[in-house]
Design a protein around this ligand. Structure first.
Ligand code: ATP
Length: 628
């Protein structure tokens, strides 16, 4: 642990610090489960499929325990025969010792390999299921939890469970059986001494239980700390531009240091509890052994016991010493695994509310017409967002949503692919309630182009073909041409095989947009959901993106969030949204003439009158964005 002088941790009120931990709804409600409940669930759900391996590991453990239990009896016979000087018998006993240790070695190997295999398979299954749950979970739930918490659970917590299964379960089974076998041997040799020698075991059990509790608590806090550490690191890395631009490297380093030292503190605490288990067991066992040496020795001196009885008995106690210590360690390690499993269960148990209903039909897209019928919506945290919205987007029409920031435009768009469900009212596509059709068919019916398009760290080809894996190279290229992206792609040294870097880092904003548009072109869905974003682009890029967008919109039913009114002057219909309500509706000219909110927004954006006809006709890079 660092000394006070060298401790690099900053004080709690260092200036300019953001909170150390990130919001995490998962950690707010960890279920209080007993060890039995956790182990029971793991066994039922995850161990059952591997029962053959588990049974063979258990049998191997029984063999190990049996072979160990035989050793003290062999030692007794050996000692008695030294006194009786029977050489033949001695040889037989020696051969028996070789056989017992040989069997013990093979069985140990079998049980270790089998349990490790089970542990690794179980963890692979858990990781697979966890990721599946996260992918299918409601967007609201995933968005409300920091990604660092998920990453940490998928990697750290899952590997703790594995260690717990592979180490604790093997040690628990094998050592418990071995201790039982050796206690059996002790009772066989002399029950009075056996009672005396095993009197310490209940005390060991009580102390070890206490240590297990402490270690579980420290492990839980350590894992929460690890989740937080992953979160602060990933935040600092994804926001590296902002960090550098605001000269906040040191702040981020301090913030991460605090998270690092918190994990270290909890790790030390868990380690101390773990390390205390052996000495506690050792000291108490030593008292037991001392008592047996004294009273057993007196019994030999008075002729109640043979030297062989005492030798065999003492060797049984000595042999029990190691597995007993391991058992104590196992308890603390197992508690760490239990703490990890308790963190994993809420992720495994999440059931999405937004899913295809049992009797869902496939969405039949004829026109791609969308209707919002008296839709109300509030977010999970109670934030009201929509208040009786009715919108009609007929076949092939372009309908624009305009309004101040926070009015509810993105929320409306997000209801179409069912990222969220309305609190009341309904959304239909070609007359079918979107909650009654399969999610797959609904999402296949629309393409979404967002303000900040996301690209995967893969080739441009793979990024365009995302969602259309069967597309041919010619189709990908055609989509890129339509999206005005082919030229810049072809000019790159590796063309379509250029990797774009994390989140498209190596491309400009306009290039990323056009690749996203190409992706939507290739998907060729009847409905287009567009969170139009051209304000961040320079005039040349903006024109290219606008051209690509107008091509994409051709023949599709389009619901577009317009940030620049110049781009939607020719939309068939414009809905002006304010405070979750539709406050005005009509085409550009009618709305301007109405002299309401739209006219006001329109004036504030200082639109240079464009030449009529095209959504790409705006000439000036107005900085104003709707409502900003
Ligand atoms: P902008 O033009 O700035 O993008 P918008 O009109 O698209 O704004 P929305 O994003 O739909 O507005 O937000 C509507 C309201 O819902 C706002 O008050 C916003 O704070 C709130 N809101 C948006 N997303 C969430 C969320 N995930 N959880 C809680 N509240 C949210």
């Amino acid at each position: 642990m660092p000394s006070e002088k060298t401790d690099p941790r900053p004080g709690p009120d260092s200036p300019g610090n953001r909170p150390d931990s990130v919001p995490n709804p998962l950690s707010e409600r960890p279920p209080e489960l007993t060890t039995g409940e956790v182990v029971g669930r793991m066994a039922r759900e995850y161990l059952k499929p591997h029962w053959r391996l588990a049974v063979s590991a258990l049998l191997a453990s029984v063999i190990v325990a049996g072979a160990t239990g035989v050793l003290p009896l062999l030692i007794k016979h050996a000692l008695d025969n030294i006194v009786g000087s029977d050489a033949w018998m001695l040889m037989l006993v020696a051969a028996g010792a070789i056989a017992a240790t040989g069997v013990q070695a093979i069985a140990t190997y079998v049980s270790k390999v089998n349990m490790s295999t089970i542990g690794m398979r179980i963890v692979a299954t858990i990781q697979e299921r966890m990721f599946g749950r996260i992918m299918h979970a409601d967007l609201a739930w995933v968005g409300g939890t920091h990604s660092g918490r998920f990453i940490s659970s998928l990697l750290n917590d899952a590997s703790r469970v594995r260690d717990s299964i592979t180490t604790s379960v093997i040690d628990l089974g094998q050592n418990l059986l071995t201790v039982i076998a050796l206690i059996g041997a002790m009772f066989y040799l002399n029950w009075q001494l056996a009672l005396m020698g095993s009197a310490v075991i209940p005390f060991i059990a009580i102390l070890v239980r206490q240590l297990g509790r402490r270690s579980r608590k420290a492990a839980r806090r350590g894992m929460e700390g690890s989740g937080n550490l992953v979160a602060v690191i990933s935040e600092a890395l994804s926001g590296i531009r902002v960090v550098k631009a605001y000269d906040q490297e040191e702040t981020e380093i301090r913030r991460t240091s605090r998270a690092v030292y918190e994990v270290m503190e909890q790790g030390l605490r868990a380690m101390r509890s773990r390390s205390m288990a052996s000495p506690v067991t050792g000291t108490l066992s030593g008292i037991g052994i001392a008592a047996v040496i004294y009273f057993g020795g007196r019994s030999v001196q008075t002729g109640f016991l043979t030297i062989g009885d005492l030798g065999g008995f003492l060797s049984a106690m000595m042999l029990a010493y190691e597995p007993l210590k391991k058992l104590a360690n196992t308890q603390t390690l197992m508690q760490e695994g239990v703490a990890a499993a308790i963190r994993i269960f809420p992720i495994l148990d999440i059931t999405p509310t937004i899913a295809s209903p049992a009797d869902a039909k496939t969405l039949k897209v004829t026109d791609g017409a969308i209707r919002f019928e008296n839709v109300h919506f509030h977010y999970g945290d109670g934030t009201p967002a929509l208040n009786g919205v009715s919108i009609d987007v007929p076949k092939g029409h372009t309908v624009a949503l305009v309004g101040p920031s926070g009015a509810g435009k993105s929320t409306i768009l997000n209801l179409v692919p069912r990222f969220y469900d309305p609190t009341s009212g309904r959304v239909t596509v070609d007359g079918q309630d979107i909650r009654e059709v399969t999610l797959g068919s609904l999402r296949a019916a629309s393409s979404l182009v967002t303000q900040e398009p996301f690209l995967f760290d893969d080739t441009i080809r793979a990024n365009i073909a995302y969602g259309s894996p069967e597309a041919s190279d010619a189709e990908i290229e055609a989509a890129a041409r339509n999206a005005a992206a082919h030229e810049f792609i072809a000019a790159l040294p590796k063309g379509y095989d250029t990797t774009v870097g994390e989140a498209g880092f190596k491309l400009s904003g306009g290039q990323r947009q056009r690749i996203a548009i190409a992706r939507a072109m290739l998907k060729n869905a009847a409905i287009l959901l567009l969170d139009e974003a051209t304000s961040a682009l320079d005039t040349a890029s903006e024109l290219q993106v606008q051209n690509a967008l107008s091509k994409l919109m051709q023949g599709r039913t389009t619901l577009v969030i317009a940030h620049r009114l110049s781009t939607i002057k020719h939309a068939h219909n414009i809905y002006v949204i304010d405070d979750g309500r539709v406050v005005e509706q009509g085409n550009h000219d009618a709305l301007v003439a109405q002299g309401g909110l739209y006219a006001e927004l329109s004036r504030s954006q200082f639109i240079e009158e464009p030449t009529a006809g095209s959504v790409a006709s705006a000439k000036t890079p107005q900085a104003a964005v709707a409502g900003e």
